[in-house]
Write a protein that binds this ligand. Structure first.
Ligand code: MG
Length: 121
């Protein structure tokens, strides 16, 4: 199988079960890329920088290897779909159905997988 670019949402996805995603990331080939495709409540530079720092620290503390951390611009579903196209994401994992619906529409080559947070199971 050729290398894959995997996109994973942060809030309510990786952050909901870091152990699961750490195990998942360790099953991938080192040539597969893991991109964290997140969003930010406020989209001004200093806020995004802070958000990046916080999320990087958490990912490193959880031991989840990643090859990039990207923030979708508003509107978020479209912003995430654009990032999936730009980074040639083969598989995107997100808890938000609106995001996945937009990704299916705009980036048909991306396989979408919905993650259900523990609290919603
Ligand atoms: Mg989410």
């Amino acid at each position: 199988m050729s290398n894959m670019n995997i996109g994973i949402d942060f809030d309510d996805t990786i952050a909901d079960d870091p152990e699961l995603f750490k195990n998942f990331s360790s099953t991938l080939s080192p040539n597969d890329k893991i991109y964290i495709i997140s969003s930010c409540d406020r989209q001004t530079e200093p806020f995004i920088d802070d958000e990046r720092k916080t999320k990087e620290e958490k990912l490193n503390a959880w031991g989840i290897r990643h090859d990039g951390l990207f923030f979708a611009l508003d509107p978020i579903p479209q912003g995430k779909a654009k990032l999936c196209i730009k980074h040639k994401i083969s598989l995107m994992i997100d808890d938000n159905e609106d995001n996945l619906e937009e990704i299916r529409k705009s980036s048909p080559s991306t396989l979408c997988l919905r993650y259900t947070p523990k609290s919603s199971r």
